[in-house]
Design a protein around this ligand. Structure first.
Ligand code: FAD
Ligand code: SF4
Length: 508
């Protein structure tokens, strides 16, 4: 090529609207996309996640070629594939002698560090463009965060509503309220009609990837088949359209519910598409707003969905870039216990955990409340090392990238940042799971029992957590009541709690 630009497209940048592609020239530039062993193994990702991303990358390369781009696509098993971003860019620079490299900023700090070294390593100018697929530019988030003592999502979310105009009637929130979360806490009944996300049969490209991943990553967690993910923009849009039609109207009502044998309930199951670029966050929010304005979905569903995307998703990205590096090692509660083996095997008699981990192994998916209030809460009250838990979440979900997973795990779920993100630790006894799910009826443990060998393990661990961490949490207004309740227990009950918790922890 000698002369044009080398446009490097990362595996989570599969969007034609990508700034680096917009800045390029199809007639002169080359696009580099590479499957990299380093990226597939820096944590041992779920087999289905690796297959999803590789197949989506291969389909995106085809999409770009059809649009007139020259694409150098490096499959995992291509001769000479060095296995790393820097190695592949080095090979491309040596072969094509570009006059500059263009890349859209990386989602992860680790990759951004690599990119920062390219100019010096290759003697070629490197242009790093802001990722405009996000709604809140990072400097805007930094400015919002500056000088605030508490970075609560709710205030940020209101700014995003104003910025996008989503669900706004002039300067006021549509429906008269910013947030309808109070209406979104219904437990699902087992006889409700449950929509299922559409399934997409693997095409020839996906079948080839499934064989490759099955052979090369056989020892990674998770089932590779059945494989039903969309791997093209068109199919991802069809999956989203099916959600809007079939599940969105009840999305709000049952957002926090859990049901045995129903892994998806009324959730969208689109985070894996949003996070790799197959769906555009603002476009899906506009489509959901249009459904509400047309009278086809209630306000609590539309607002709940839009809040997750322009609120939570943008907010955790802002927190990630505000706090990295270092956030990944935060451990405010000084938890050091190793991650129990059953997080990988699902072999536990706790029905709620077994269900969440089994479906994670099958689908590379669990919905938010399973992540937060089942696997997350258990790890919190059992005192598991938050870094080990972070690596688990990053490995096992098809939608997991560090910028979104880390703040959710370290901040929201484990309170390991001391309350920068969450207003209280998400510690809970079995009563919460019993209220929101039907798992307890199928469990070997008794959710009503606080201590003893048959007690739901969440119960003694919860009270033991309160006792162990009281010095750090008693001052939190949202925890003070539980600390006072614990203090009122008779000494004998406190001793039974401590003994039951110790017995459970010893078995982990
Ligand atoms: P829905 O429930 O249908 O929500 C719609 C969309 O809103 C999601 O697709 C997602 O893009 C967005 N969203 C919802 N909640 C959040 C949130 N808390 N943070 C960011 N975006 C949100 N989400 C990821 O995308 N990747 C992760 O690696 C990830 N790790 C998590 C780890 C923990 C411990 C917890 C508690 C949450 C994590 N989440 C993560 C957030 C959330 O659980 C998932 O986005 C959601 O379950 C994806 O399923 P869905 O598409 O059906 O979402
Ligand atoms: Fe989970 Fe406890 Fe209920 Fe069993 S009894 S399903 S461990 S909450």
């Amino acid at each position: 090529m000698s002369g044009g630009s080398l446009i490097v497209v990362l595996g989570d940048q599969l969007s034609p609207a990508l700034p680096s592609l917009q800045a390029g020239d199809k007639a002169r530039d080359r696009v580099l996309i590479a499957e990299l062993i380093e990226e597939a193994t820096y944590v041992r990702h779920h087999k289905k996640k690796i297959a999803f991303i590789f197949s989506a990358m291969r389909h995106f390369a085809e999409e770009l070629r059809a649009a007139g781009w020259t694409v150098d696509y490096v499959p995992l098993d291509a001769p000479g594939n060095s296995g790393s971003f820097t190695g592949e860019v080095a090979r491309a620079v040596a072969a094509c002698k570009p006059e500059r490299i263009i890349v859209t900023e990386a989602g992860e700090w680790r990759v951004a560090q690599m990119i920062a070294g390219w100019e010096a390593a290759f003697g070629v100018s490197v242009e790093v463009l802001p990722d405009t697929r996000f709604i809140c530019p990072l400097p805007v988030f930094r400015e919002w965060a500056q000088g605030r003592k508490s970075l609560r999502m709710e205030y940020f979310y209101r700014e995003m509503r104003r910025r996008t105009g989503l669900l706004m009637d002039g300067g006021e929130p549509a429906g008269g309220q910013w947030n309808f979360d109070a209406e979104n806490r219904k437990a699902a009944a087992p006889d409700l009609f449950m929509p299922r996300p559409p399934v997409f049969a693997p095409d020839a490209i996906t079948l080839e990837v499934l064989a490759l991943v099955g052979a090369r990553f056989a020892d990674h967690f998770g089932d590779i088949e059945p494989f039903h993910f969309a791997v093209t923009r068109r199919d991802a849009e069809a999956a989203f359209a099916a959600f809007v039609q079939r599940a969105l109207p009840r999305f709000g009502d049952y957002q926090d519910a859990m049901l045995e044998g129903e892994p998806f309930l009324y959730h969208a199951v689109i985070a894996q598409y949003l996070n790799c670029g197959l769906l555009d966050p603002l476009a899906v929010c506009r489509a959901v707003e249009a459904e509400w304005r047309a009278g086809r979905v209630p306000i609590n569903a539309a607002e709940g969905f839009i809040r997750q995307i322009i609120g939570w998703r943008e907010y955790v990205r802002g927190i990630y870039w505000l706090t990295m590096p270092g956030y990944e090692r935060r451990n405010y509660l000084e938890h050091t216990r190793v991650l129990p083996e059953f997080y990988w095997t699902a072999e536990t008699e706790m029905a709620c955990l077994s269900a969440a981990i089994t479906q994670t192994r099958t689908h590379a998916y669990a919905h938010h409340i399973q992540r937060l209030m089942v696997t997350g809460t258990f790890a919190l009250i059992a005192g598991i090392d938050p870094h080990a838990l972070h690596e688990w979440y990053l490995s096992v979900y098809a939608d997991a990238y560090e910028w979104v997973e880390l703040p959710n795990t370290v901040g929201m779920s484990q309170f390991a940042d001391g309350g920068l993100l969450a207003s209280k630790p998400y510690a809970a006894s079995g009563a919460y799971i019993n209220r929101m799910s039907n798992h307890c009826g199928n469990c070997r443990y008794n959710v009503k029992q606080r201590t003893g060998p048959d007690a739901c393990p969440f119960n003694p661990l919860y009270w033991d957590f309160i006792a162990r961490q009281r010095g750090r949490i008693a001052g939190n207004p949202r925890m003070a009541q539980m600390v006072r309740t614990y203090d009122k227990f008779a000494d004998a009950e406190k001793a039974r709690i401590a003994a039951s918790a110790a017995a459970i922890l010893a078995r982990l």
